[in-house]
Write a protein that binds this ligand. Structure first.
Ligand code: DX5
Ligand code: ZN
Length: 231
């Protein structure tokens, strides 16, 4: 499946790139998983965002490779897989085998970020790196050349339905500036508390992929919600 056109390139950064929306299945009705995936894809989702939580790196526990694999058989859009787990290196293989197209680890959780990003790319997948609201952008700076996606958290990870932390917007602006200065091509994604209003602020700061759970799956019209978030 060819989907790289969904990610921004050096040429399309900022100006002409149409923001992509990645609905977080965390907020969907898991009893109707297949129907939810079909509906949200038909509504215009460019990606499906999968939140993997281990009860250690974050307080919540969600799902692992078994469910990612099941989702992979149902989905037609790329799986944007967000690992909120300790020691991600132990699980990269299983999540890549399960069908993760983008695999994102947390800079706070990895023992060797460079090694992990390279392991993901070595399998021909897109490597993502995420930072928590309290983590300075300098923590991810050494790795920017090794990644395809930078995921800026706009809530403390662990749960859906939290309020957007506007104080992280400078992280997005700074990342976009560094990217331009270094001539790099990674996409900037934002995750947590995204709704049509906060999405507009995130987009103007430089975010290109917008993750949203509650603001899509807890609304009656997914297509309208996705369109409003995309702006
Ligand atoms: C937070 C997760 C998010 C979350 C977003 O730990 O990484 O992806 O599901 O949910 P909303 O959009 O409801 O804030
Ligand atoms: Zn997430």
């Amino acid at each position: 499946m060819s989907w790289s056109h969904l990610l921004p390139t050096k040429e399309t950064h900022a100006k002409s790139y149409r923001a992509a929306v990645a609905p977080s299945l965390l907020a969907c009705d898991f009893a109707r998983l297949e129907e939810e995936i079909r509906t949200v894809e038909k509504a215009g989702a460019e990606f499906l965002h999968l939140d993997v939580m281990d009860g250690h790196f974050v307080d919540n526990i969600t799902f692992g490779p078994v469910l990612v694999k099941a989702i992979d058989t149902l989905a037609t859009v790329p799986l944007d897989t967000h690992l909120m787990i300790e020691n991600p290196d132990r699980y990269l293989g299983p999540f890549l085998d399960a069908g993760a197209d983008i695999l994102t680890i947390h800079v706070e959780a990895s023992n060797d970020v460079r090694r992990d990003l390279r392991a993901i790319r070595a399998r021909g997948r897109k490597a993502g790196l995420s930072l928590n609201p309290a983590t300075p952008i300098s923590a991810v700076e050494p790795f920017l050349e090794e990644l395809d996606l930078l995921l800026v958290m706009s809530v403390v990870p662990g749960f859906g339905g939290q309020s957007f932390m506007a104080e992280i917007l400078p992280n997005v602006t700074q990342a976009a500036k560094i990217r331009e200065r270094l001539g790099l091509t990674f996409a900037i994604e934002i995750d947590g508390g995204i709704n049509p209003e906060t999405a507009a602020r995130a987009r103007s700061a430089g975010a290109e992929i917008l993750v949203a759970g509650t603001a899509i799956f807890r609304t009656p019209d997914y297509a309208a919600s996705i369109a409003a978030i995309r702006g």
